[in-house]
Ligand binder design. Structure first.
Ligand code: ADP
Length: 243
């Protein structure tokens, strides 16, 4: 076992030393601001999402949901606590190491797909494959993945030739192309009508199960919570299981 693997297993907090799959946040605290004015964005947050699970997080604006996604993906370091993705410690000090872990193990899906306007659907996926670390260049076949999300006939269309729901599907396929262990999804239905919103969240639930990915979705859309395995509520930086 390499030193890094040992450190990861220890950071995961598992007494047996076995790295925890999926996503684990334990006793996570994060404060924003400066000495004069601070906000406790994450306040003793615990979250465990197993491979194949779709977990939803709801809560008012400013509650800390984006901060949670940033910490889970290694974009921000918490002040305290542990964050592991597939057993890897996402709180390491080196930004370079965190970026490497993020590229290998984490996928992001944003509100409206966040696609590059000039690229066709298949090229959006190829670009991510090409930019990824060496091991990922062999990842999933982009055409197969687009077919899996229902876009077999639209691989060569650019974003302006796709509907909002189709763009979001490309965004999901793009996030899956590197075969991540954890998928972090921010308001995926914000720009969609009711029917498309249901389609997209059902797709996320299906892909989570099919690919054994741990998915965390931030949403304001209570209508789609029926497709989620677990629902959490965030208020003032504190996360609790919703009843
Ligand atoms: P949400 O995603 O639920 O809207 P955020 O995680 O964006 O919540 O923000 C949580 C709290 O932290 C809010 O009070 C917000 O104003 C504050 N905050 C977020 N980012 C920063 C920052 N870079 N500097 C100062 N305060 C911040």
């Amino acid at each position: 076992m390499s030193n890094h693997a040992i450190a990861s297993a220890t950071a995961s907090g598992d007494r047996s030393g076995t790295p925890q799959p999926g996503l684990e946040l334990r006793a996570v605290f994060l404060r924003h601001g400066n000495a004069a004015e601070t906000v406790q964005a994450l306040d003793d947050v615990h979250l465990s999402v197993r491979p194949g699970e779709l977990a939803a997080i709801v809560g008012p604006s400013g509650a800390g949901k984006s901060s949670l996604l940033a910490v889970a993906g290694g974009l921000a370091r918490p002040d305290r606590g542990s964050v592991t993705v597939a057993g890897h410690d996402m709180t390491v000090a080196s930004r370079r190491v965190r970026t490497g872990l993020r590229r290998r193990h984490v996928g992001f899906v944003f509100q409206s797909g966040n696609l590059l306007p000039a690229l066709t659907a298949v090229d959006q996926l190829r670009l991510v494959q090409r930019l990824g670390p060496r091991a990922e260049r062999t990842g999933r076949d982009p055409y197969e993945l687009l077919a899996e999300v229902g876009l077999a006939d639209m691989a060569t269309r650019r974003p302006d030739q796709l509907s909002g729901g189709e763009r979001q599907r490309v965004g999901i396929a793009r996030a899956l192309v590197t075969e991540p262990d954890v998928l972090l999804v921010d308001e995926p239905t914000a720009a969609l009508d009711r029917a498309r919103s249901h389609d997209i969240v059902q797709l996320l639930a299906r892909e989570a199960a099919r690919r054994s990915v741990a998915v965390v979705m931030v949403t304001h859309d209570h209508d789609v919570l029926q497709y989620c395995d677990t629902v959490y509520e965030m208020i003032d930086g504190r996360l609790t299981a919703a009843t």
